[in-house]
Design a protein around this ligand. Structure first.
Ligand SMILES: Nc1ncnc2c1ncn2[C@@H]1O[C@H](COP(=O)(O)OP(=O)(O)OP(=O)(O)O)[C@@H](O)[C@H]1O
Ligand SMILES: CC(=O)N[C@H]1[C@@H]2OC[C@@H](O2)[C@@H](O)[C@@H]1O[C@H](C)C(=O)O
Length: 370
């Protein structure tokens, strides 16, 4: 970065996200002063090959130093290096890495990939390891996109409460009161993970059919939801916890085991209905009703998920494109935004988004040597 560039004005930040669905890496640029988003820049996606995805899958649930983790980190670093090389004009990078394990009340949170290495490769400052300090201070370390959601709500000129939903491998909701001055204001935000979203659907479709996902929800649309399994799923203790709360990718093993008895359409339909019902359960925690739910993440391309949400929630359910945003790149943009906030010493999470004791600016900054 031009030294202290952000102090003289807005900078171009390049953010990346390698999400829990394991489909690949998103990267997107935004121009921001750490408060407002002034411009949206270019974006790109770099899929993981089947072999790379298998390396990542094998390392899920593992911690630094354990078998397969170094190989997974190398896959993550190589994919990011390839993708980042396609961009120019960035002042700094926000690198999320790949979450392999997440246990905030226990062993912590683990994102594979070294920001220090990517700083050398790109010759740019890299902000990374966004979640550890939040967890060390008693927070969930997730979700972290809510401060960015707040900035987007402000940009929309929203006056009434609204919510953002990300349907990635895992789902997460952010409730926002845009009438308040900043994301740190008391009562401005409430955020939490809703439950499993695409991850168990992808895992099922991959195991049964060797495909990456249920394109357009076509398989789920052919199946009947197994009500008894759905009801058992909704009795999970996670739904009784008060937010903020977060999840590991594979937290709902009971449901995944239970659908194994079903044929593929019924299993897909039941997992899809579970993702929808988990969001509806989550919405019960909203401090006040919302007029609209804006959906980002790959799940918004699945009409079975979207129609299910529209049926169960008492508000307009639309993809974030309805508000002029890019739902495939919103999380990558969020890590660009958060990187600038870290560089400026501003908080990236707080008691209402991760349950951390006080506002905290997560993330470390690695600068290229020399
Ligand atoms: N056309 C489509 N039809 C059905 N599902 C889709 C479609 N496009 C994307 N998806 C689903 O969305 C997933 C990708 O979503 P996304 O990239 O938002 O997840 P992620 O960022 O990896 O996860 P997370 O947000 O949990 O970290 C795919 O793996 C697939 O399950
Ligand atoms: C530990 C971790 O990586 N969590 C992810 C995951 O994917 C969705 C959901 O669970 C969310 O909590 C988070 O990612 C988004 C980008 C976030 O931090 O806001």
């Amino acid at each position: 970065m031009r030294k202290d560039a952000w102090k003289k004005g807005p900078v171009w930040a390049l953010g990346t996200m390698s999400g829990t669905s394991l489909d690949g890496v998103d990267a997107a640029m935004i121009r921001t002063d750490g408060h407002q988003v002034l411009e949206f820049g270019p974006s790109a996606f770099r899929p993981y090959s089947a072999a790379e995805q298998a390396v990542l899958r094998r390392a899920l649930g593992r911690w630094p130093g354990e078998a397969g983790v170094a190989e997974a980190a190398e896959v993550v670093e190589t994919a990011h290096a390839e993708l980042l090389a396609r961009f120019e004009g960035a002042d700094l990078i926000g690198f999320h890495g790949q979450t392999l394990a997440h246990e905030p009340g226990g062993r912590g949170t683990h994102q594979a990939g070294s920001g220090a290495l990517l700083a050398e490769f790109t010759r740019l400052p890299v902000v990374w390891d966004f979640r550890s300090s939040d967890v060390a201070l008693g927070g969930q370390g997730a979700p972290l996109a809510p401060y960015y959601h707040f900035a987007l709500a402000k940009q929309m000129g929203a006056a009434e409460p609204l919510a953002f939903l990300n349907l990635g491998g895992v789902g997460n909701l952010t409730w926002i009161d845009p009438g308040l001055p900043g994301p740190e204001s008391e009562g401005a935000l409430l955020a939490f993970d809703t439950g499993p979203a695409n991850a168990p659907i992808n895992d099922l479709i991959q195991a049964r059919l060797g495909l990456s996902h249920d394109e357009g929800g076509k398989i789920a649309a052919k199946g009947r939801v197994k009500r008894a399994l759905l009801e058992a799923f909704l009795k999970h203790s996670y739904f009784l916890k008060m937010p903020p709360k977060s999840l590991d990718r594979d937290a709902f093993t009971g449901l995944v085991q239970a659908v194994k008895k079903l044929d593929t359409p019924a299993a897909a339909a039941t997992l899809t209905a579970a993702a929808v019902s988990a969001v509806a359960k989550g919405a019960e925690h909203f401090p006040r009703p919302v007029s609209q739910l804006l959906v980002c993440g790959g799940g918004r391309h699945n009409p079975v998920l979207m129609k299910g949400l529209a049926r169960q929630l008492r508000c307009a359910v639309q993809p974030v494109e309805a508000a002029g945003f890019d739902g495939d790149m919103l999380e990558a943009q969020a890590f660009a935004y958060l990187a600038v906030r870290v560089a400026m010493g501003l908080p990236t999470s707080g008691p209402s988004t991760t349950g951390v004791a006080a506002n905290v600016g997560g993330g470390q900054v690695s600068r290229p040597a020399g």
